[in-house]
Design a binder for this molecule. Structure first.
Ligand code: XUL
Ligand code: CO
Length: 439
């Protein structure tokens, strides 16, 4: 088996919608201008190291199916970690994406002790930094894995054991500093085990205070080391825990408000996590934008039948068009981007399959972006919504939201005596038809 499994693939080029070739972009044309910005700068695409290079293709019933020369899923030597890294950068370059994302343990050689962990992470960061300089591929975000090791079975920040809280602090310090060193644009905290399996053994007040303290400490350290990237929390309602404290964007906002962190922390919204929480993906984006905490996106999809986090590549252009409308309305990404937190299926065992997954996902995002931009340029949707709220911009509307008391509002209702007052049509079907003309 060759050691560089992506080396024989040609770089993926834009060939337009009519190309017969499977491994080309039909819609993603990196430098094409859309609403005054290149597609590349709109989408800020990233590959997730873990699903593409560290996951061996196992599931809870079966072993890994992927035969990769760097042997994912097994104890990893420095030599194999280096080989994995070289392959990962071969892949990023051929795909032509500007970013990647990784957890500490995805990339480094295995380590047992904290001192070894430090050495392994520093060793891979050295090589990563050189590769990043050579290839001009940047780091969208770094994160520490506080959920795989058995020590985190009861959580990291929310562990009942303060020594495990300290272990979590150690991994976050190392990875925050590594992300800073690599010029990362963001740092993510996803709390897969920051929650509970049963309320019977859980002191929720205690655990929330621990999580609040932990996050404040991460923010404090970020400032201490001069890291100017954005700290992001990634909401998810459950899986692996029965309940996770960061269940969705609105819940995270409440948590940030309680611990005084709304100016410091934003959210990394994952499409499949949104649907697991019973929300639509566009709802999560709109909520984050309305609350001023929209940061970044983990793009993937679930399966409507089975209800868990299948992390499939996105393929729903009309659905994603709605999400892209919300992102464009919010002003687009600043530090964030679209990270493919998505994996090929367990039977998709070839190197080629990783290209098919990403190329398809990128083209779906590009089409959704083009559709959303056309809807925004058309202006009818925006004007409809503006007109719907026009009353609030009039004299009475401004006063109602401003200086009027409840009693004054009540007197206004008495005086106008308008028993037949009704809202105008919401025109939902018209609006749905309007959107369908663009997708
Ligand atoms: C898990 C998940 C993670 C985070 C990073 O569901 O989405 O991969 O994105 O820890
Ligand atoms: Co994710």
């Amino acid at each position: 088996m060759t050691h560089r499994i992506f080396a024989d693939f040609d770089p993926i080029r834009y060939e337009g919608p009519d190309s017969p070739n499977p491994l080309v972009y039909r819609y993603y044309d990196a430098d094409r201008q859309v609403l005054g910005k290149s597609m590349k700068d709109h989408l800020r695409l990233a590959v997730a190291y873990w699903h593409s290079f560290a996951w061996p293709g196992h599931d809870i019933f079966g072993a890994g199916t992927f035969q990769r020369p760097w042997q994912p899923g097994q104890a990893c030597s420095q030599e194999l970690a280096d080989l994995k890294l070289d392959n990962a950068f071969d892949f990023f370059e051929r795909l032509g994406v500007p970013f990647f994302c990784f957890h500490d343990v995805d990339a480094m050689a295995s380590a047992d002790t904290p001192a070894e962990h430090r050495r392994s992470l520093a060793a891979i960061a050295d090589r990563m930094q050189r590769k990043m300089e050579e290839t001009r591929v940047g780091l969208l975000w770094g994160t520490a894995n506080l959920f795989s090791h058995p020590r985190y079975a009861a959580g990291g920040a929310t562990s009942p054991d303060p020594d495990i809280f300290a272990w979590a602090a150690f991994q976050v310090r190392e990875m925050l500093e590594t992300t800073h060193r690599l010029g990362g644009a963001n740092y993510v905290l996803w709390g897969g085990r920051e929650g509970y399996d049963t309320i019977l053994n859980t002191d929720m007040r205690q655990e929330l205070d621990q999580l609040g303290r932990f996050l404040s400490l991460a923010v404090e350290h970020k400032h201490k080391i001069g890291f100017t990237g954005q700290i992001l929390i990634e909401p998810k309602p459950h899986e692996p825990a029965k309940h996770q404290y960061d269940r969705d964007t609105a819940t995270v906002y409440g948590f940030l408000a309680r611990y005084g962190l709304t100016d410091e922390v934003k959210v990394n919204i994952e499409a499949n996590h949104a649907t697991l929480a019973g929300n639509s993906f566009e709802h999560e984006i709109a909520t984050a934008a309305a609350l001023g905490i929209f940061g970044s996106v983990d793009i993937n999809r679930g399966d409507p039948q089975n209800g868990w986090d299948t992390d499939q590549f996105p393929n729903d252009v009309p659905g994603l068009t709605l999400a892209l409308i919300e992102i464009l309305k919010a002003g687009g990404f600043t530090s964030g981007g679209f990270n493919f937190d998505a994996k090929v299926r367990r039977q998709s065992v070839d190197a080629e399959d990783l290209f098919h997954g990403h190329v398809g996902g990128i083209d779906v995002l590009a089409r959704a972006l083009l559709n959303a931009a056309a809807i925004i340029e058309d202006g009818r949707l925006r004007r409809f919504v503006e007109d719907r709220y026009a009353g609030w911009r009039g004299d009475f509307g401004r006063q109602a939201l401003g200086r009027m008391s409840l009693a004054e509002l009540a007197d206004h209702a008495l005086a106008t005596n308008d028993a037949d007052r009704r809202p105008p049509s919401g025109r939902q079907e018209y609006l749905e038809n309007l959107i369908n003309r663009f997708v």
